[in-house]
Design a binder for this molecule. Structure first.
Ligand code: SF4
Length: 326
């Protein structure tokens, strides 16, 4: 290990002051501590924000949901408001990591977690995300689990979060607090594609921290759910996943929200699928026709061409599960 300082501010002002001085925020510690042990990350100062009052889940006046950044994954998944309003969030959380990790990790930390690209975690490998300008070992290496959407010639790593896929489908907003005060960023703009700067992963300004994620009210009844396909049924990241939310009234799909995980450098919204569903009557043929658009624009690598077909089948199956054929 290497030397670093550790502070645990009692209030938000002190935490922001420490963040402004360059401290790294830490809460559950389930990502950053691992990376520090492997010397992938070497922060000089840790700021433990777990004492801050960011653990509430509330229904907003308009009927949306606000989840505090320090709410544990397990607590969010078990919350009755989350389960009744947005089952897709609860399911995505329950299919994440392990029970032990879900009891420690927070919603804010989950969104901020770093990629599981094995080259990123191997400090002897070239990795533009870890060391800008060093190259990308995954491009010519073993890239079976890497992204087929949103990639660049600098980085092809997937974003590992499941609940971020649900937040993307539901058009969530990230609430931030920094030295210049609070601000909000659409979830779709918060996580950044790699482009030329894969080391920059979130639209955060220096010293900012996440205070909450807010899901806007959506028309009721809303049926939603999350499907995750992986190499083993527990404690594994997605090869593909699909978050689906449908509002059906009068036998017609009034609103469709679909996003995919395990395939993009960020959680991947599927607008072509959504357009295919809007205004249509649920049927097995519709699910198949809409899902066929899920891999539009995919650019497979040497070892992951299977993901395009798997994504289409994942989306079709989840449309069938959520939408039925009524
Ligand atoms: Fe690093 Fe991204 Fe390449 Fe993985 S895919 S080695 S994270 S640059």
């Amino acid at each position: 290990m290497f030397p670093f300082s550790f502070t645990k501010p009692a209030d938000t002002g002190a935490a922001l002051a420490a963040g402004r001085r360059g401290g790294r925020y830490i809460a559950g510690g389930t990502t950053l501590v691992d990376l520090m042990r492997e010397t992938v990350e070497r922060p000089g100062a840790l700021v433990d924000i777990s004492a801050l009052p960011l653990r509430e889940i509330t229904v907003t006046p308009r009927g949306g949901l606000r989840i505090g950044a320090l709410v544990r994954m397990a607590d969010a998944a078990a919350n009755p408001k989350v389960r009744s309003l947005f089952p897709v969030i609860a399911q995505a959380l329950e299919l994440s990591a392990s029970a032990q990790l879900r009891n420690m990790a927070t919603i804010g930390g989950n969104v901020m977690q770093r990629t599981r690209c094995s080259y990123f975690r191997d400090v002897t490998a070239a990795c533009n995300k870890r060391t800008p300008g060093s190259g990308c070992a995954a491009l010519a290496g073993f890239n079976r689990t890497h992204a087929i959407l949103g990639t660049s010639d600098q980085c092809v790593a997937t974003h590992p979060s499941d609940v971020a896929v649900a937040f993307t489908a539901l058009e969530a907003t990230v609430h931030l607090l920094g030295p210049d005060g609070p601000r909000e960023v659409a979830f779709a703009d918060f996580l950044l594609r790699p482009g030329r700067t894969p080391d920059r992963e979130q639209a955060l300004r220096p010293g900012e921290l996440i205070t909450a994620v807010e899901i806007p009210a959506l028309p009721l009844p809303l049926r939603s759910g999350y499907l995750k396909v992986r190499d083993r049924q527990s404690y594994e990241f997605a090869l593909t996943s699909a978050a689906v939310a449908l509002h059906v009234r009068g036998g017609v799909i009034q609103l469709a929200r679909v996003a995919a995980g395990g395939v993009g450098t960020v959680p991947w919204r599927l607008p072509a699928v959504e357009r295919s569903l809007a205004g249509q009557r649920p049927s097995p043929e519709l699910w198949a026709r809409a899902a066929a658009r899920a891999a539009d624009g995919a650019q497979p690598l040497t070892h992951n061409a299977f993901k395009a077909d798997l994504l289409i089948r994942t989306v079709e199956r989840q449309l069938r599960i959520v939408g039925g054929t009524a």
